[in-house]
Design a protein around this ligand. Structure first.
Ligand SMILES: Nc1ncnc2c1ncn2[C@@H]1O[C@H](COP(=O)(O)OP(=O)(O)OP(=O)(O)O)[C@@H](O)[C@H]1O
Ligand SMILES: [Mn+2]
Length: 535
């Protein structure tokens, strides 16, 4: 039996057992060549075996081996064994190398898969870190001794009747969101059964009151440092005078002061609200900027208002699985926010009123072709339109009348940017606007110390204004405070406008403590704001 036609891998073994096989060779019938499988991939170190050949049989006997092969004795067998061992050892080493490379490749691929899963929320890893629609929590350990946690422990342990109440008696969350009216009824039933005495928050007052000998800079309650003398109007700064034919809105613009939009008890505000609610609409066009559809409403005598339409019933709360940034805006939130801002004595919100519109005569017939193209009649026979905007302007998010009556908010228009420019500031406590990522302030409880170092927060009123705004947003439940604006002509020593409050009042029975983070992390509050809140 010859090894010449065998694979190079089996050739040495053939040689070892050649002699033992010799006897059987004579008995074994010669196999035809076509039955033998001949491999034609020789090892580099051996001579190339004959492939195919002339078609003659490959069966050879030991007598046909070269003489040197035949003459090999026991020492030759030993050598062969060594050769076999060496060959096996080489194979083992190669296999080991391949195994190591394979394992390394698998580990890398697995790591990439896990990272991708966590980033893209594919769900293969079983959401160990965070449920995809879970609410982002304050990252601090609640037991840590921080300003935020101390405040929580000391003052927020009171019985909180305004906590979210799940409808029904069981604690099982229902899939249907209860309406605000249902919850209010439920809540009233519970509260009337036990009488509550008024809490004057004496312990809180004592804690925060400016103690004798304590420097103002290190106190919690800060007196309003604004000088009442340094409070000019736009008219004074720009040297403008009212004309005999000035509109209500022009009058309003010119009386805006460095420290507030309008004075306490302003009759002009009442007149403006009334005007916007009843005057005929001359023209409606889409307002650019922002994510939601808004219309600029022109009245007959150059008066303007910013219209935000009602999108769903006013009782509809924010859906539990919706983030603040996927929530729709509520026209009634804009209206209520204006009233709350006025009640709190801030006066930083433009006057806003509600109004019922006839969509056919007050929008469709007075608007431009851009919006006209988006009008349609819904299957329910209601007149709808969606306009053009960055996120919520498509058929699925259309604004529909009943059948063509539409409710909305009308905000007095700000002075034109060309006449009175505004500066847009990124809010230092802006949220991440991402379903898993956290903003820096959510992970660092001493974040305020960073902010305090930066202008304009390092001096003057700005930080106190940001804290006022956080209290305002906490009361309205607005988590959508990404930017704020100021009037440039007043420099940095001016109030921050309270614009864009449409995402408030979505969860009227839930207290979103994170809205208060500027207050809790900086631990300072304007004296007048605290007085207003506690009295
Ligand atoms: N009363 C107003 N008069 C004129 N312009 C206004 C008024 N209120 C807001 N704006 C301007 O319109 C822009 C968009 O307004 P707003 O932020 O209320 O819209 P939005 O669609 O709710 O935005 P976002 O998507 O940021 O929530 C703002 O940048 C602001 O400068
Ligand atoms: Mn908004």
């Amino acid at each position: 039996m010859s090894y010449r036609g065998q694979s190079w891998r089996t050739a040495p073994l053939t040689r070892v057992f050649a002699a033992a096989a010799e006897a059987r060779v004579h008995e074994t019938p010669v196999r035809p060549a076509r039955r033998l499988k001949v491999k034609c991939s020789p090892p580099p170190e051996e001579p190339k075996p004959r492939c195919g050949g002339s078609g003659a049989t490959e069966a050879t006997t030991e007598s046909q081996l070269p003489p040197a092969e035949r003459l090999r004795g026991p020492s030759t067998d030993h050598g062969l064994r060594m050769e076999v061992m060496a060959s096996l050892f080489k194979r083992f080493v190669r296999m080991k190398e391949r195994l190591v490379i394979g394992l390394a490749a698998f580990t890398i691929a697995f790591t990439i898969l896990i990272v991708m899963d966590l980033q893209l929320d594919l769900g293969y890893s079983g959401h160990h870190l965070l449920p995809s629609h879970g609410r982002l929590k304050m990252a601090e350990d609640p037991q840590r001794d921080t300003v935020y946690n101390n405040f929580r422990r000391k003052f927020l342990q009171r019985l909180n009747t305004s906590k979210e109440i799940i409808s029904g008696s069981g604690s099982e969350p229902t899939s249907v969101t209860p309406t605000a009216v249902e919850i209010a009824k439920n809540s009233r039933l519970r509260t009337t059964s036990s009488s509550h005495s008024h809490d004057d928050f004496a312990d809180l007052r004592e804690y925060v009151e400016l103690a004798e000998g304590v420097a103002v800079e290190s106190s919690i309650v800060r007196p309003s440092a604004e000088s009442s003398e340094d409070n000019p109007t736009i008219a004074e700064v720009k040297h403008l005078k009212l004309g005999s034919n000035s509109t209500l809105l022009e009058k309003f613009h010119l009386q805006i002061r460095r420290q507030e939009l309008y004075p306490k008890g302003s009759q002009l505000v009442e007149d403006l609200l009334h005007f916007m609610a009843i005057q005929p609409i001359y023209h409606a066009s889409e307002k650019s900027g922002g994510t939601q559809l808004k219309l600029v409403i022109d009245y007959t005598n150059k008066m303007q208002a910013l219209f935000k339409p009602m999108r769903f019933p006013r009782e509809q709360q924010t859906l539990p699985n919706h983030f603040y940034f996927t929530d729709y805006e509520r026209h009634n939130a804009e209206i209520a926010a204006f009233h709350l801002d006025r009640l709190l004595g801030f006066r930083r919100c433009m006057p806003v009123t509600g109004r019922l519109l006839n969509m056919t005569t007050e929008i469709y017939q007075v608007t431009d072709s851009d919006i006209l193209k988006t009008f349609f009649v819904s299957p329910a026979g209601n007149l709808c339109f969606h306009g053009k905007c960055s996120y919520y302007c498509d058929t699925g998010h259309a604004i529909c009348g009943s059948p063509d009556t539409l409710e909305g908010s009308f905000a007095a228009f700000l002075p034109s940017k060309s006449a009175i420019p505004r500066k847009v500031w990124r809010h230092p406590w802006r949220r991440s606007y991402h379903k898993r990522l956290k903003a820096q302030w959510e992970t660092e409880s001493d974040y305020c110390n960073l902010v305090k170092e930066l202008p304009p927060y390092n001096e003057g009123r700005r930080l106190l204004d940001i804290i006022d705004m956080s209290i305002f947003d906490f009361l309205t439940g607005n988590m959508d405070r990404h930017h704020y604006e100021t009037f440039k002509i007043f420099g940095n020593e001016t109030f921050t406008l309270h614009l864009d409050n449409g995402r408030g009042f979505g969860k009227p029975f839930h207290d979103e403590i994170s809205c208060l983070s500027p207050l809790l992390q900086c631990c300072i509050i304007r004296q007048t704001t605290l007085d207003t809140l506690l009295t």
